[in-house]
Design a protein around this ligand. Structure first.
Ligand SMILES: Cc1cc2nc3c(=O)[nH]c(=O)nc-3n(C[C@H](O)[C@H](O)[C@H](O)COP(=O)(O)OP(=O)(O)OC[C@H]3O[C@@H](n4cnc5c(N)ncnc54)[C@H](O)[C@@H]3O)c2cc1C
Length: 399
């Protein structure tokens, strides 16, 4: 039987996160965004609710909830601002779930446990100055020396680069083997010394209260035990991490659509022109109807992915569609929300201009709109199919 109802645990989680966001984040986000100020306490605040461990088993320091719970949290966080969802997305979706899938038991104890219990923050360094969509053309190298690797290279546009304790980075162990020459490594900032440097990227269009930066690795020596998976598994690991990250982005973008809808409905019922509420005009209703429809579709798409994750089914195709649909929907909703608000929407007095600026990056990261369009076209035409993988995210099992 198909059942989309939330469990009592999930309802309780949503209520707790919504209440926390309204108290802790909502009152300060407009000022932080305007000042480009990154609140260094964001992760500690998320950790105070247990969110870094939301979908990991208790034996790894987690809360043992299912993958839908993670999506629901992301929707709530981004309802207030994309920055809060981003911190959890990268930490849990891109890195934590990647380790849960690919790391050895020792490595999980070493990195996943402190991450899930909220003691350490992680970031994900895949993109380079000359390699974004074309991941396999990355130039960072990891040269083997005895039982160590020497890493050299630069990562850019890494969310939380400047604040993270741990970094999952990708580098070529064989520069002639294309994607098959990429390997994955965990870095612990404290252990890296001066061979690792990070710096923020300033003056960004949106998510201005966030931390996005570059990672520089210069003759950085790390032990072989920091490699995740086998040599040459890096590309597969990066892509499987993206299946999780994209899920959190889709769920988060659903939160932006809901925020735009709520703000627009409220304003449309307050603002009067020509003697009546603007909500009475069909052209305004058209914009609001589209937001309402897109909220429903975006949510159903991420719920379906959550169900596939919970059951252990491969979902690369479905999560690509969910991510692409929801991020476009969020941008369209924000654009229309400004229209509903007229000139006031163009000012920082209302949150909708911030939603529009925030909604732009999620269309670019974790696969651009064009990359996802190509994927969807190829799946539909039968040129691409999801085959069994070397490792998959463990299905949900109650603790
Ligand atoms: C705010 C923000 C946060 C980010 N966080 C992270 C992070 O935490 N970790 C990380 O590793 N990266 C991160 N990124 C980087 C992001 O993933 C890349 O920007 C993205 O993958 C696109 O790469 P690119 O910018 O190099 O664009 P390019 O790959 O250079 O693409 C430029 C344009 O060409 C198009 N294009 C490229 N190839 C094709 C093709 N084959 N067919 C059609 N069109 C094509 C693209 O769609 C795009 O429109 C972040 C980016 C932003 C903006």
């Amino acid at each position: 039987m198909l059942d989309l109802a939330l469990t009592p645990d999930q309802e309780q989680l949503v209520a707790a996160v919504r209440d926390f966001c309204a108290r802790e984040f909502a009152p300060r986000i407009a000022a932080d965004d305007r000042a480009g100020h990154h609140d260094p306490e964001i992760f500690a605040k998320l950790a105070s609710l247990g969110l870094p461990g939301v979908c990991f088993p208790q034996r790894y320091g987690g809360y043992g909830l299912d993958y839908l719970s993670l999506g629901l949290v992301c929707e709530e966080l981004e309802y207030v601002d994309t920055v809060y969802r981003t911190v959890l997305s990268v930490h849990v979706g891109l890195v934590g779930m990647g380790l849960y899938t690919w790391a050895t038991e020792d490595q999980k104890q070493r990195w996943l446990v402190p991450m899930a219990s909220g003691k350490k923050l992680a970031c994900y360094g895949l993109t380079e100055p000359n390699a974004g969509s074309d991941v396999a053309s990355m130039q960072s190298t990891a040269r083997r020396r005895g039982d160590a690797y020497i890493l050299n290279g630069q990562k850019v546009w890494v969310s939380d680069a400047d604040t993270a304790d741990y970094m999952l980075v990708f580098a070529k162990t064989d520069s002639k083997a294309g994607g098959r020459g990429v390997s994955a490594f965990m870095l612990d900032r404290e252990a890296c010394g001066n061979a690792l440097r990070t710096e923020p990227i300033e003056n960004r269009l949106g998510i201005r209260a966030g931390d996005v930066g570059s990672i520089f690795m210069s003759d950085l020596e790390i032990p072989e035990t920091n490699r995740i998976g086998d040599e040459g598994d890096g590309f597969k690991i990066a892509m499987s991490c993206l299946d999780n990250g994209r899920y959190t982005v889709a769920a988060g973008a659903t939160g932006t659509v809901r925020a735009c809808l709520d703000a627009s409905v409220k304003y449309a019922r307050e603002r009067k022109t020509f003697g009546q509420e603007i909500g009475r005009y069909q052209l305004v209703q058209q914009m609001i109807a589209r937001m309402s429809r897109d909220l429903e579709i975006s949510r159903l798409l991420y719920f379906k992915v959550a169900w596939m994750k919970n059951t252990g089914a491969r979902h690369t195709r479905q999560v690509s569609m969910a991510k692409q649909y929801a991020t476009d929907a969020a941008f369209n909703a924000a654009h229309d929300a400004i229209e509903v608000h007229g000139a006031y929407g163009y000012s920082a007095e209302y949150p909708v201009e911030r939603f529009l600026r925030n909604a732009r990056a999620p269309i670019i990261y974790e696969g651009t709109r064009e990359v996802h369009t190509i994927l969807q076209g190829e799946y539909a035409l039968g040129y691409r199919e999801d085959r069994p993988v070397k490792r998959s995210l463990p299905p949900y099992q109650p603790d």
